[in-house]
Design a protein around this ligand. Structure first.
Ligand code: AMP
Length: 220
């Protein structure tokens, strides 16, 4: 099963992609996480991407497309995958088709901007293993360190309110055409983000089941 998670930064697509990954045993591939890892490791691609990420802009299409091309060659993608945060532009969506990757369905998680801005200010991340938490909705066990590796949690620079606002502008401008792209081909499923993560998870799981049924119907 090959699926895409769309949604504004902070809409919860990363959390939901992880849930679905665990349930279906397919990898959740986050281009944002891969890029942050390259920045941390100081690779050439990472250094080139840093200023874009820090200002809330999108990294150039070519850089992200190369990252995805390489990642999809890995063995764990053979039985399917979840793309979290890719494609984010129409060029990226078209490029995915050119690569011969046939997506079964795309899920968009919809949350109003004002809620997102509130949520993002509470997000905390582990700079070591990349795990993501929220002071209110998904706190780590002690509220300070990562449950997985014990590293002290921090706020991502691009989660600062002024950067969040510009990320939302970029999202609406660049990613709305991507939603339209999947809608036109009848592959778009919408999940309305709920106050409680568990409620969004339940709706997401339903959407995935619908997507699986839809795509198996198409293949028969
Ligand atoms: P995320 O963790 O998905 O919110 O991504 C964090 C940042 O990584 C974004 O604000 C972009 O700068 C960059 N990024 C992630 N995915 C993409 C993509 N598909 N295209 C361009 N930039 C991306």
């Amino acid at each position: 099963m090959k699926m895409i998670f769309l949604g504004a930064p902070g809409a919860g697509k990363g959390t939901q992609a992880e849930n679905v990954s665990e349930k279906y045993g397919i990898p959740a591939i986050s281009t944002g996480a891969i890029i942050r890892e390259s920045v941390k490791n100081g690779t050439e691609a990472g250094l080139a991407a840093k200023s874009y990420i820090d200002s809330g802009a999108l990294v150039p299409d070519k850089v992200v497309i190369d990252i995805i091309k390489e990642r999809l060659r890995d063995d764990d993608c053979k039985n399917g995958f979840i793309l979290d945060g890719f494609p984010r532009t129409l060029v990226q969506a078209e490029e995915l088709e050119k690569l011969g990757v046939s997506i079964d369905f795309a899920i968009t998680i919809e949350v109003p901007d004002d809620k997102i801005i509130r949520r993002m200010s509470g997000r905390r991340v582990c700079s070591d293993c990349g795990a993501s938490y929220h002071i209110e909705y998904k706190p780590s066990l002690d509220g300070k360190t990562c449950d997985k590796c014990g590293t002290v949690l921090t706020t991502r620079r691009d989660d600062l309110p002024e950067v969040v606002k510009s990320r939302l502008e970029v999202y609406h401008e660049q990613t709305t055409p991507v939603k339209e792209f999947y809608k036109k081909s009848g592959k778009l499923l919408t999940v309305i983000g709920q106050e409680e993560v568990k409620d969004t998870t339940a709706l997401t799981m339903k959407a995935v089941e619908t997507g699986i049924l839809m795509s198996s119907g198409t293949k028969d």
